[in-house]
Each structure stands twice: as structure tokens, then as C-alpha cells.
Design a protein around this ligand. Structure first.
Ligand code: PLP
Length: 394
């Protein structure tokens, strides 16, 4: 179920660009991941938690009305039905269990919109671990219900008051906290950061792709032509891609946040609008200016609003094995409505980018079988969608 063999390098990308003071903690984590993390006992215990607590396997749903509308055969991998409402719990449970096996009693984590913070606080409550979450104060104000959820689950939320006071600053602060508290485990939320995190997180998310491959074969009788996922840091996408990466005939498409359009400069399209560089411990594609300053990002969905992307995606692009495109805010918002009305499923705004890309490219996908990773449910997004609509209506 896990894969300790990957990293630190994904082609020219990845690595571990971290301060000397973190190297011992990263090495300790890699060691645990390659030993305990690969053992049959650990695999069985995690599989039990995923099944009996989190609700795996998540279903594969044939979206028949949406298929008729778009003109291709659309299937949805239903991570929206996982406990806490998104794929993030796969990674949070995996890392929290590994940390516990390492003898750790305290977990540090960052969160942006709060989904990873909620998943981490949930895993810590379940496993009896102390939990400290770093969250930018701008995000905390925007995502108050998730802040309350984390506190209800027993976590302590530390507000980050510097920089843009959003996810990038929360990661900086969590890494800093880990330096001064090496006895804790830092539970990073996406397939990025210094080695071994990209490999570790992808290893915990690849269960999505393993299930999806079996399910589509059982339910449709054949492999899909195309697999589509939204790409923030890249964890839900790499999770589903890994299930199909060896099937050469299956096209893999990652969808980044096009925001208000690439030309506007207001987006989070690292591959289309960025350059290779180093951020948060790894070499990858990112949005920075000519002086190496990280650029502000924009997306209607908080989970895609991050200036860098996981290094395994940078390698898949370099190899020509996956392609990366964008979906703008307005297309994602209309896909959000379409899925609700046609299938009775309210998707996360992040996942709506993958849906929006498929709807927008219906003409070239005619007759193809397409699996979309529905990374999460959209209940969390209702306030922001209605606030946007309120503004538009004025
Ligand atoms: C956090 C989040 C994402 C983006 O993160 P990835 O690591 O790119 O998967 C996508 N969808 C949902 C529902 C999320 O909560």
C-alpha cells in the first residue's frame, strides 16, 4: 500500500532544501517510513482505520446525466464521501499513525482553508495525540467554522500574523516550530516540501488510484481513456494518477487554478505561469518574480491557492506522462452548479476545477471514458459561493 522507494529526486525536481537543524528530523522520518511504514503490521492497521473509521473504499459513481450533457462517459471517484469530507484524511491518518509508532506524542501541522487542519485534528483525537495547528489569521477569519471544528476536536490553533497571513506563511511558521520542537512530528498536508514528504504523502494517497483502477475495471469493464484531478499542492492528483501511471494508454490531466485568467496575473497556475525554483524545501515549478520573490496567488478555491506544486507532478510533466491545464474561477463555479443539479452532488470548489475542465473540453473528449477525482464535498464552500453571487447580483 505504501511506496518507500521514491524520492528524494523526481527527475530534476524534489530534494530536501532544509536548514541543517531539520535534517535530523527529516532523516528520522525517512527511516521510520522505510522501515515501520513499509511493514505488513503497519499496512494492516492503517487499512483497518481507513475501512472502519474513514469509510474506505469510497465509491466510483457513473455520472449518467452529466455524461449525456458533456458527451463523454464520466465517472466520479467519490473522495467527497470520506470522513471529514475530503481526501486529506488518508494522509492525516497515515502520518499520525506513523508518528505514533515513532513514539511521538505531539503533532504540528499547517492549514490554509482549514481542511487539512480538520483532518489532522481528527486523526489526533482518534489516536490520542496532542495537536497544534498553524493557520494564517486572514485564513482563520475567512474559515471560522473550520477553526471552531479544530478546537472542538481538541487541537490548539496558533494564528500566524505575518506575511500574507495565509497558507505559505503558515507552512513557514510550522517548519520553524518543528526546528525548535524536534520531538514533535510535522504532519505536512500535501505532496510537497522537503524529502521524504512528497513520497510519504503520495504513498498515503495512492490508495485512491488503486481503488479507482479496480473499480472502473469492475464497473465499466475497461480502463478509462482519461483521468482528471485538480492540482493544489498535488496530493489528490498524485494519489489517483499513481493508480494509472503504468497504463500507458491512460491520459493523465492535472487541472490548476486559472483564477481570473493567466493574462490577469491573478491565478495559481504554476506550470502555465511559473518557473522552476525552490520553495518550502523542494525544487519544483512555482510562481515567483525575476528577483525570486514569491508572487501572490489567486483562486476562488482556497485549496488550490498555493504558489508551488508537488515535485512528482513536475517530473510527470517533464516526462510527458501527464499534462497540466487550467480552469478559471467562472468555469469552476458553473461546474459546481452543474454537478449539484445534474447528479445531486455538491462538489468542493477545488474538485469543481477538474469537473469544469472536462465540461469545457467536452468536444475533444467525445465518446471517451473519463474518471474525475472528486476530491471533496462542497458544504464548506457554500458561504463563499453565495457571497460571490451576492456581489455579482448587485
Ligand atoms: C486541499 C484540497 C485540495 C488541494 O490539495 P491537493 O494536495 O492538491 O490535493 C483539493 N481538493 C480538496 C477538496 C481539498 O480539500
Amino acid at each position: 500500500m505504501t511506496d518507500g522507494a521514491r524520492g528524494p529526486w523526481f527527475g530534476e525536481y524534489g530534494g530536501a532544501f532544509a536548514p541543517e537543524t531539520l535534517m535530523a528530523s527529516l532523516a528520522e522520518l525517512e527511516q521510520a517510513w522505510c522501515s515501520v511504514g513499509q511493514s505488513a503490521e503497519f499496512g494492516a492497521e492503517l487499512a483497518g482505520l481507513l475501512r472502519d473509521y474513514a469509510g474506505r473504499p469510497t465509491p466510483m459513481t457513473h455520472a449518467r446525466r452529466l455524461s449525456r450533457e458533456v458527451g463523454c462517459e464520466v465517472w466520479l471517484k467519490r473522495e467527497d464521501l470520506l470522513h471529514t469530507g475530503a481526501h486529506k484524511l488518508n494522509n492525516a491518518l497515515g502520518q499520525a499513525l506513523l508518528a505514533k509508532q515513532m513514539g511521538k506524542t505531539r503533532i504540528l501541522a499547517e492549514t490554509g482553508a482549514g481542511q487539512h487542519g480538520v483532518a489532522t485534528a481528527t486523526a489526533c483525537a482518534l489516536l490520542g495525540l496532542e495537536c497544534v495547528i498553524y493557520m494564517g489569521s486572514v485564513d482563520a477569519a475567512r474559515q471560522r467554522p473550520n477553526l471552531l471544528r479544530m478546537e472542538l476536536l481538541g487541537a490548539r490553533v496558533e494564528l500566524v500574523e505575518h506575511g500574507q497571513q495565509t497558507l505559505k506563511d503558515a507552512i513557514n511558521e510550522a517548519l520553524r516550530a518543528w526546528v525548535s520542537d524536534p520531538e514533535a512530528h510535522y504532519l505536512l498536508g500535501s505532496a510537497l516540501g522537503p524529502h521524504p514528504f512528497p513520497a510519504l504523502v503520495a504513498g498515503f494517497q495512492q490508495v485512491i488510484g488503486q481503488e479507482a483502477r479496480q473499480q472502473i475495471l469492475a464497473q465499466a469493464g475497461e480502463l478509462p481513456d482519461t483521468v482528471v484531478a485538480c492540482v493544489g499542492g498535488g496530493s489528490n492528483a498524485i494519489g489517483i494518477f499513481r493508480g494509472f501511471v503504468d497504463d500507458e494508454g491512460v491520459e493523465l490531466v492535472g487541472v490548476e487554478a486559472g483564477g481570473a485568467g493567466i493574462a490577469s496575473g491573478q491565478h495559481a497556475a504554476r506550470f502555465q505561469g511559473g518557473v522552476p525554483g525552490v520553495l518550502h524545501g523542494c525544487r519544483t515549478w512555482l510562481l515567483q518574480d525575476g528577483d525570486g520573490q514569491i508572487l501572490p496567488t489567486h483562486s476562488v478555491s482556497a485549496g488550490l491557492d498555493y504558489p508551488a506544486v508537488g515535485p512528482e507532478h513536475a517530473e510527470l510533466l517533464a516526462l510527458g506522462r501527464a499534462k497540466y491545464d487550467t480552469c478559471d474561477d467562472d468555469v469552476a463555479l458553473s461546474a459546481f452548479d452543474s454537478l449539484a443539479r445534474l447528479e445531486g452532488i455538491i462538489p468542493a470548489l477545488e474538485s469543481s476545477h477538474a469537473l469544469g475542465w472536462v465540461i469545457e473540453h467536452g468536444a475533444e473528449l467525445q465518446g471517451r471514458r473519463v474518471v474525475i477525482n472528486l476530491s471533496g464535498r462542497g458544504d464548506k464552500d457554500l458561504d463563499s459561493v453565495f457571497a460571490l453571487r451576492g456581489k455579482e447580483g448587485q
